[in-house]
Design a protein around this ligand. Structure first.
Ligand SMILES: *Cc1c(COP(=O)(O)O)cnc(C)c1O
Length: 234
């Protein structure tokens, strides 16, 4: 039987291989284990195998797991909210998560900043960019990005770390790299404009190699670690 520990090891090997091929230091790419739809037991198994960073899409499900793992005595985990956020759901995110990847409106960022408890470090955030122009997709356009990034970076209880994107599956490796490369270019432009950013959240189970070749610093991997999800997830 393939265990979560085996799958994690396999994903880490893929990441190391992709880094070697791209001439990158493997320490520059982190693995976010996307545990949405899987139970606290699965997170605990991954944590026992050395995984400390977890991504959740649904606010209530994520908060339940944060509390369950804490109750189980598993400390030191870092929780990332990677699902679309509605403004009436920001408070539990501000109170229980360490990162949010899906900032695409100033209003959401303002609420998160206001609601971030004073005894916690600033919430680490990424702006989500729509790099392939899908009409009904979340994320700001590259044209809208500089203004939003600047405004988010100025909020007191948030720390803007970089960009996140979820492009459509590409027909081949080169096409995937071209699309991911747009996010890398956008990050470089923001850095040149004076923002201290260090994160490109991109790459999932099927395209992490192309993402790493294109500068990803944080790959978000679900099914390759935990197996197939049993209900359609956003
Ligand atoms: C579900 C999800 C992932 C993980 O996808 P896999 O294909 O299972 O690796 C990554 N990022 C986001 C935003 C997701 O919603």
């Amino acid at each position: 039987m393939t265990t979560i520990a085996d799958q994690l090891q396999h994903v880490r090997a893929r990441m190391a291989q992709a880094c070697a091929q791209a001439g990158r230091d493997p320490a520059t790419v982190r693995l976010l284990a996307v545990s949405k739809t899987f139970g606290a037991d699965a997170v605990q198994a991954a944590a026992a195998a050395g995984q400390t960073t977890f991504g959740e899409n649904y606010v209530q499900e994520g908060v339940d797991k944060v509390l369950a793992l804490r109750a189980a005595g598993v400390d030191g985990l870092e929780w990332h909210c990677i699902g679309p956020l509605q403004s009436n759901k920001t408070r539990p995110v501000a109170e229980h998560f360490d990162w949010v990847h899906t900032i695409d409106r100033l209003k959401i960022a303002q609420r998160l900043s206001e609601q971030r408890p004073a005894d916690l470090p600033p919430l680490q955030v990424c702006v989500q960019v729509n790099v392939d122009g899908g009409a009904n997709k979340s994320g700001v356009t590259l044209a809208e990005l500089p203004e939003l990034a600047r405004a988010v970076a100025a909020l007191p209880r948030l720390r803007l770390r970089g960009l996140m994107c979820i492009p459509e599956p590409a027909p081949d490796f080169a096409a995937a790299c071209e699309v991911f490369g747009r996010a890398r270019t956008a990050l470089a432009q923001l850095q040149q404009a004076g923002l201290a950013l260090d994160t490109l959240s991109m790459g999932m189970s099927d395209d992490l190699e192309a993402a790493i070749a294109s500068g990803s610093t944080l790959v978000r991997v679900g099914s390759a670690i935990f197996g197939r999800r049993s209900y359609a997830a956003g």
